[in-house]
Design a protein around this ligand. Structure first.
Ligand code: GLP
Length: 243
């Protein structure tokens, strides 16, 4: 794993945006695996600037997102589709019909999951997968558990995740308890992985990810066996790494 420590959130975001822009510039019709959460907001702002300055062109890019809440439509302000539209897609020259986010409203979730994986395969796989990390080590919505899943699947959210996500909703009742997420197999098949994290709150989990054992209780730890992972963190998130 390549670990890059940047001074602060802005520097982390800029550096991560450069990594993504490099992939797009080398392969204009690449497949970007994208993520939501507070962490990538700055990175997306950087990508918007790079696009406006004509330093990166998204016109031939396809994107696939990691996950979506079950029960929220794409118009719901807390849905991940809405997040992606408002934080990135509406502001860059990407063809929206080539941006994929799992559909959290479908009746047949199993079919949706199968179709999602088939689509990624048909696209030739993901060139670079962007990841944030949950405080409990989840990536996408692959929560700590006795077992991990290969493919896209329906999952219940951990109590700590529901609590962390409640900051975006008016009441606890409104926080979705289920999601569709790409599985760890899907994530690990990406040619490159870029994980970003910032702030003191992520320091403990980043140290475990980088220096701890591989465990299904820390789903992100499986990244240790991927051949091309870059982790970009700010100084606060790196503060508990020993070496
Ligand atoms: C959610 C998303 C993850 C994300 C995590 C961390 O659970 N499903 O993909 O990495 O939140 O979010 P944040 O970046 O807000 O800390």
């Amino acid at each position: 794993m390549r670990i890059i420590v940047e001074k602060n959130y802005e520097a982390m975001s800029k550096r991560a945006a450069e990594e993504i822009a490099k992939v797009v510039n080398n392969k204009p019709n690449c497949v970007l695996g994208l993520a939501t959460g507070s962490t990538p907001e700055g990175l997306y702002k950087e990508l918007i600037s790079l696009n406006k300055e004509e330093k990166v062109d998204f016109s031939k890019v396809t994107s696939v997102n990691l996950d979506e809440y079950v029960g929220l439509s794409g118009e719901h302000p807390q849905s991940y589709r809405y997040f992606m539209n408002t934080n990135l897609f509406n502001h860059i020259n990407i063809d929206k019909s080539r941006t994929f986010v799992p559909n959290g409203l479908v009746k047949d979730i199993e079919e949706e999951c199968k179709r999602y994986d088939e689509r990624i395969n048909e696209l030739g796989g993901i060139d670079i997968q962007l990841l944030g990390i949950g405080n409990n080590g989840h990536i996408g919505f692959n929560e700590p558990s006795e077992f991990l899943y290969m493919g896209t699947h329906l999952t219940g959210l951990a109590e700590s995740t529901i609590e962390a996500n409640s900051r975006f909703f008016d009441s606890m009742d409104e926080v979705p308890k289920k999601a569709i997420t790409m599985g760890l197999g899907g994530i690990m098949k990406a040619k490159k992985i870029l994980l970003i994290a910032n702030g003191e709150k992520k320091a403990e989990i980043i140290a475990k990810l980088v220096e701890g054992k591989i465990s299904t209780q820390i789903p992100a730890s499986i990244l240790q066996v991927h051949h091309d992972v870059t982790i970009i963190v700010d100084e606060a998130a790196a503060s508990l790494i020993k070496k």
